[in-house]
Design a binder for this molecule. Structure first.
Ligand code: C5P
Length: 225
């Protein structure tokens, strides 16, 4: 395209789920497909940004002109994010697992008749978005988080923006029946320092473009005619 308002800007995007191993064949995971994050990475690149996409396990092809770093666990994702700094823009779209299994083992756990099932012992994962937002001099100029909510979407997202210390939160309603997680469409509420925008139902690709145009404006791009 002729309009490359993000030329010279560096961006990182996290996307997809994380997998937290239980043993070599089992893991804790979630239903994130990575579609929304991959679309955002692609849209940032289309507008000229230099993009690093840090992705948990997905079945998606990386958009062209994006450097892809594949990770499995939240802790690997955090390391990859921190070593990709400095960037101007960070968009945390990954559905990072909240916990990892501290008693994960390196041999497959056998099921044995007559013995009780194994117990998993969980510990919290690092909050990548919160750490990025508090990264001091290495903090990206713009940090965007996501919020997947099922109730009180707006109030929860406003609270989450404060708690995480990020600049913007894009909140999705993922309640049953919305088919957002794993689906092709999304409807979002964008919370910024200036207030709340309600966006209509659109494809994840359109939502990515709309978000990235807004990012470009924030970095001083002229409004599209
Ligand atoms: O706390 P919650 O998971 O609802 O917050 C969602 C936002 O925080 C998303 O932007 C997600 O990518 C980010 N996050 C993260 N690291 C975590 C948990 C969430 O970066 N451990």
């Amino acid at each position: 395209p002729h309009w490359l308002p993000l030329l010279g800007r560096h961006a990182l995007v996290t996307a997809g789920p994380t997998h937290e191993p239980i043993d070599p064949v089992r893991y804790l995971g979630n239903r994130s497909s990575g579609l929304q994050g991959y679309a955002i990475a692609g849209a940032l690149a289309q507008l000229g940004a230099n993009v690093t996409l840090i992705s948990g396990p997905t079945s998606l092809l990386a958009p062209s002109d994006v450097s892809l770093i594949r990770v499995e666990t939240a802790r690997e994702m955090e390391q990859a994010v921190m070593s990709s700094l400095p960037v101007d823009i960070a968009v945390c779209a990954a559905a990072v697992a909240d916990w990892h299994v501290v008693n994960a083992v390196t041999s497959k756990i056998k099921k044995q008749a007559g013995t009780p099932p194994p117990s998993l012992s969980l510990e919290p994962n690092p909050d990548i978005l919160a750490r990025l937002s508090a990264a001091g001099p290495r903090r990206p100029a713009l940090v965007v988080g996501f919020a997947a909510e099922t109730d009180d979407v707006e109030a929860n997202a406003v609270a989450k923006r404060k708690r995480k210390g990020c600049d913007w939160i894009l909140a999705n309603d993922v309640s049953e029946g919305t088919n957002v997680m794993g689906g092709t469409h999304n409807t979002a509420i964008l919370i910024t320092e200036d207030g709340v925008e309600r966006w209509p139902l659109m494809t994840k690709a359109d939502l990515a473009l709309r978000l990235v145009r807004k990012i470009a404006l924030r970095f001083g791009a002229p409004a599209l005619a």
